[in-house]
Design a protein around this ligand. Structure first.
Ligand code: FES
Ligand code: FES
Length: 175
């Protein structure tokens, strides 16, 4: 009897792909039960399965920050983590920041400081500023620049993004 080759047969048959797995993701306070291929990135699960397209795909390689979301309040590049690894975490996307129809102060800050042009990097920048404040490591302008350096803005809106981040850190000190 011929042994089964998990990589596919010598006659060029395609290998059998693993089954999709049930995955529960808690996003913006709501639990969603999904069936995902195990290699699905959190970014693809958010955009393609949950249709939360505020989170952007730039490089898909951890180099631009467009896909930044918050996991348990801290920033991650959602293109670099598998959805299946984020069960039992609290995921917040840009869609989950406003409350009762009121923009999050950091979202408002981007408008007030005119901190975007095309807007493609903006959801990631906004989540990154919120995470920066939560993480509590930025103490100076240089710290902000350093800790926000993973979020690339091809329009070069950095000066005004920096103002939003400074303001958010100041606000955190007084609340
Ligand atoms: Fe994730 Fe660029 S899309 S870092
Ligand atoms: Fe265009 Fe940042 S506003 S990439």
């Amino acid at each position: 009897m011929q042994e089964e080759n998990p990589r596919g047969s010598a006659h060029g048959h395609r290998p059998t792909l693993p089954e999709h797995k049930p995955v529960t993701l808690r996003v913006n306070g709501t639990a969603h039960q999904l069936s995902l291929a195990p290699w699905t990135s959190l970014l693809d699960a958010l955009r393609e399965n949950l249709h939360l397209t505020g989170t952007k795909k730039g490089c898909d390689h951890g180099q631009c920050g467009a896909c930044t979301v918050l996991v348990d309040g801290k920033r991650i590049n959602s293109c670099l983590t598998l959805a299946i690894m984020q069960e039992n975490t609290d995921i917040t996307t840009v869609e989950g920041l406003a409350t009762n129809g009121q923009l999050h102060p950091v979202q408002q800050g981007f408008i007030d400081h005119d901190a975007f042009q095309c807007g493609y990097c903006t959801p990631g920048q906004i989540c990154s500023v919120v995470g920066l404040v939560n993480e509590g490591k930025a103490k100076s302008i240089d710290d902000i620049k350093d800790l926000m350096s993973g979020n690339i803005c091809r329009c070069g809106a950095y000066v005004n993004i920096l103002k939003v981040a400074q303001e958010a850190l100041e606000r955190a000190k007084t609340t």
